[in-house]
Write a protein that binds this ligand. Structure first.
Ligand code: NDP
Length: 458
């Protein structure tokens, strides 16, 4: 049992159990969604009970039920002329503080459970940024890996024929996520504006030639590192000179590595679903340029790194958490750090964990970090930089202008600092220790909950 739950009174524990029993009954078999809600409820229950207005209005119950879920089939033709079919969803979770906002994920594991967990998390994350964005998420069980550009285009165009009925710059604004990068966003956005016969900032993560924002591509990875720097600064320390393990080699990972290196840290691992590479000499800017080309242009595998840099090692089928480090940045996918991996990281002296991916730590792993005094930045705070710059992209589109990379990066740094401050405000205990999980959950909750209260019973 975590310290958070241990210090709850029996009455509060009973309240938490009864609330979770309801969530489990309403969402049978949706284990990721239950996990995401449970993590939030554990932080929020004492706060909600203390502030009776939220409890009376059943805000927590209402916030764990999406506004709506749109589910549809996507039929497309592959290069051989065979008909293929996938499932797609858009989960419009909560628009109390602004239009629904959240990425689209294309991966064979995508299901309603995954998108509900992501949409739920997104509500808190978007609130923390301070920008007017509600929470949503979407995606499909389509796997872009191994498909030709023409197949990906036909799939994206078919998906958008249905999705376009449900989105709009003031309704719901999707973006990228796992498996959805510049190519996919281009195909989807292009189909939207062709079909609707209007150009609107209805997608973020767009290409720079058609309304995208400078620094959007870099924002999630950079933001995760800025958040980590803020956590370390709070302890009079910094990223400079630290050894860092990173998982993944996609959009978030690449730009997290770039920022750590720029700030004087040394990244020694990256990974993909095949395994991880360990480079004791550090992944320098020059080596990262190789990875960018490998992953963003050639769509290759991380194992190819050791052919180019033979001093590095490739560990097939393994995750990087056994490598000794000061900072860990999980940037691949959910539940990639379990209790055993967390304990290994703690035993090896990790001082900070900043989550670039969404829910990469299991509940047990999270408890191990928090209980051992690791500066643990949960995803909804640490990776909010991506959606924050998406919000800035929407502002630029609405204003019909483009800000410079320096301007956007400056705003991103301010937003990450503000999010850190919210976590400190809501998460500092009587001994002065910051529990960033509590801080992010309560800090994200208040704005959404107060807006819902203002709207009355609905
Ligand atoms: P990408 O598709 O660009 O990269 C994902 C990386 O994670 C790849 O290296 C991929 O390896 C690896 N990966 C994916 N699934 C698994 C798995 N089941 N096991 C092991 N490795 C896996 O995605 P992003 O970088 O955009 O997203 C990464 C994470 O960050 C996700 O959790 C996403 O929700 C989160 N996030 C992303 C934001 C963004 O702006 N892009 C914003 C906020 C959060 P492989 O190629 O082998 O599949």
């Amino acid at each position: 049992m975590s310290n958070t739950v241990k210090i709850m009174s029996n009455a509060m524990q009973a309240e938490l159990q009864s609330f979770m029993a309801g969530v489990e009954a309403r969402n049978p078999g949706q284990l990721k969604f239950q996990q995401a809600v449970s993590e939030v409820a554990e932080s929020l229950m004492p706060f909600v009970i203390e502030n009776g207005k939220y409890k009376e209005a059943k805000i927590l119950e209402r916030m764990t039920e999406p506004d709506r879920i749109i589910s549809f089939r996507v039929v497309w033709e592959d290069d051989k002329g065979d008909i293929q079919m996938n499932r797609a969803w858009r989960v419009q979770f909560n628009n109390a503080i602004g239009p629904y906002k959240g990425g689209m994920r294309f991966h064979p594991t995508v299901d309603e459970d995954t998108l509900k967990f992501l949409g739920f998390e997104q509500c808190f994350k978007n609130s923390l940024t301070g920008l007017p964005m509600g929470g949503g998420k979407g995606g499909s069980n389509f796997d872009p890996k191994g498909k030709s550009d023409a197949e990906v285009m036909r799939f994206c165009q078919s998906l958008m024929m249905e999705l376009s009925r449900h989105i709009g710059e003031d309704i719901d604004v999707p973006a990228g996520d796992i498996g959805v990068g510049a190519r996919e966003v281009g195909y989807m956005f292009g189909q939207y504006q062709r079909f609707q016969n209007r150009w609107a900032g209805v997608f973020t993560g767009k290409g720079l030639t058609y309304g995208g924002s400078l620094t959007r591509k870099e924002a999630t990875g950079y933001g995760t590192v800025y958040f980590c720097e803020n956590m370390l600064n709070h302890k009079d320390d910094s990223v400079k000179g630290k050894t860092v393990t990173v998982s993944g080699s996609g959009n978030v990972s690449i730009y997290a590595v770039e920022k750590v290196t720029e700030m004087g840290g040394k990244v020694v691992t990256m990974s993909d679903s095949g395994g991880f590479i360990y480079d004791a000499e550090g992944i320098t800017a020059e080596k990262l340029a190789f990875i960018k080309d490998l992953k963003e242009v050639r769509r290759g595998r991380i194992s190819e790194y050791v052919t180019e840099y033979p001093n590095a090692e490739y560990h097939e089928g393994e995750k990087p958490w056994g490598v000794k480090c000061d900072i860990a940045l999980p940037c691949a996918t959910e539940n990639e750090i379990n209790a055993e991996a967390a304990q290994t990281l703690v035993d090896n002296g990790v001082m900070a964990v900043s989550e670039g991916a969404n829910m990469p730590s299991t509940m047990d792993a999270m408890h191990i970090f928090v209980d051992n005094g690791v500066a643990f930045g949960p995803a909804k705070a640490a990776n909010a930089g991506g959606v924050a710059v998406s919000g800035l992209e929407q502002s630029q589109n609405a204003l019909r202008l483009s800000w410079s990379a320096e301007e956007v990066d400056q705003k991103l740094q301010v937003i990450m600092k503000d999010i850190h401050q919210k976590c400190v405000t809501y998460g500092t205990d009587s001994e002065g220790n910051v529990n960033y999980v509590n801080g992010a959950n309560i800090g994200g909750f208040v704005k959404v909950a107060d807006s819902m209260l203002s709207y009355g019973i609905m």
